[in-house]
Ligand binder design. Structure first.
Ligand code: ADP
Ligand code: MG
Length: 313
């Protein structure tokens, strides 16, 4: 297994079949399984479900305050069945990559309904998102269906890890106190922080804070997780811990019982992490320039990750 220069993907490009100028399929090694059905290192093809996020010709112009000048950040971005960039499907792990300023964050914010001031059509789980949608409708949709994770964690500094994870459930107000506590504890256990529940963010490492942020994002059992450079502030070991956790949640669900498996859309500038995704979308100057499809998702050990980085330098 070796990186290819032009795709930066972990698997060899020798077997790559090009579907068109802008879509390539990267074939992995044959399936091989350990006996543990929840082993993220098992190579198993993922069965993807129906479309969950679709968009058609999305454009975004930022108006700058006090001046007439505008910035066009996205041009006619489509993820739909009428083009090769098909919709995000349930269970899919999508990585969005591309140079700084290319429009990745703008796109993720639109897909997550944080920004509804755009041209074009967006459908999330059969909900049409338009400029006319009320803030109340959008915030309910986000609270129930979408989990967010940011580069800088964005935890509430005066709350413990446990309280941070409880917060979205408290706002949603559907569970009893006991149910909330149980779910928060289970999630913190799932992200490997059972002994850190009562710590404040300032008492946790960057990697631990990001794992709390992931547990918090999962607390209302969202259909989709959106992550903007989640490993951007992390060292190599924490990066791999976070990525392996995300892959496990994507493949086996937050409870590791094959239910509620998270669909993931993650922005990263890090080519070494492409092997975790089913599909990589490359964004540059506000458009998709190409995509690559991994036949297999691949977890890495820290050593493999470091070897891979060093071999690329
Ligand atoms: P990326 O995440 O790929 O680095 P962004 O989506 O942040 O790219 O930015 C895309 C373009 O939009 C850049 O030219 C950036 O300067 C511009 N931009 C982003 N946010 C704003 C904003 N709030 N106001 C004006 N321009 C913005
Ligand atoms: Mg960005």
């Amino acid at each position: 297994m070796k990186t290819s220069e032009n795709t930066s993907t972990y698997f060899s490009i020798n077997n790559t079949s090009m579907l068109s100028n802008s879509t390539s399929i990267l074939e992995g090694p044959p399936e091989k399984n350990s006996d543990d059905p929840f082993d993220i290192f098992n190579l198993v093809k993922t069965e993807l479900g129906p479309p969950i996020v679709q968009c058609h010709k999305i454009s975004k112009v930022y108006k700058l305050p006090g001046v007439e000048e505008t910035v066009k950040a996205l041009y006619d971005i489509s993820l739909d069945d009428n083009c090769e960039f098909y919709p995000v499907k349930r269970g899919e792990f999508v990585i969005i990559r591309g140079p700084s300023g290319g429009g990745k964050t703008t796109l993720l914010n639109i897909l997550g309904t944080l920004d509804s001031d755009f041209e074009g059509e967006l459908t999330i789980m059969n909900n049409k998102i338009t400029k006319e949608c009320t803030d109340e409708f959008l915030s309910k949709l986000r609270l129930k269906n979408i989990g967010f994770v940011f580069q800088s964690f964005n935890l509430i500094s005066t709350m413990t890890a446990f309280e941070n994870v409880c917060l979205p459930m408290t706002i949603d107000n559907k569970l009893s106190d006991k149910e909330k506590k149980n779910r928060a504890k289970n999630l913190l256990r799932r992200v490997g922080l059972e002994d850190r529940m009562d710590h404040l963010p300032s008492e946790l490492s960057g990697g631990e804070q990001q794992r709390v942020a992931i547990a918090r994002a999962l607390s209302n059992q969202p259909d989709i997780l959106l992550l903007d450079e989640p490993t951007g502030d992390l060292d190599s070991t924490s990066t791999i811990e976070v990525m392996n956790l995300l892959l496990s949640i994507n493949k086996f669900g937050p409870n590791k019982d094959n239910t509620n498996k998270s669909t993931i859309v993650m922005v990263t500038h890090n080519p070494e992490l492409e092997c975790y995704a089913n599909r990589i979308l490359y964004v540059q100057d506000g458009v998709f320039i190409k995509q690559a499809i991994n036949e297999y998702q691949q977890a890495l050990t820290v050593k493999e990750y470091l070897d891979y980085i060093n071999s690329n330098q």
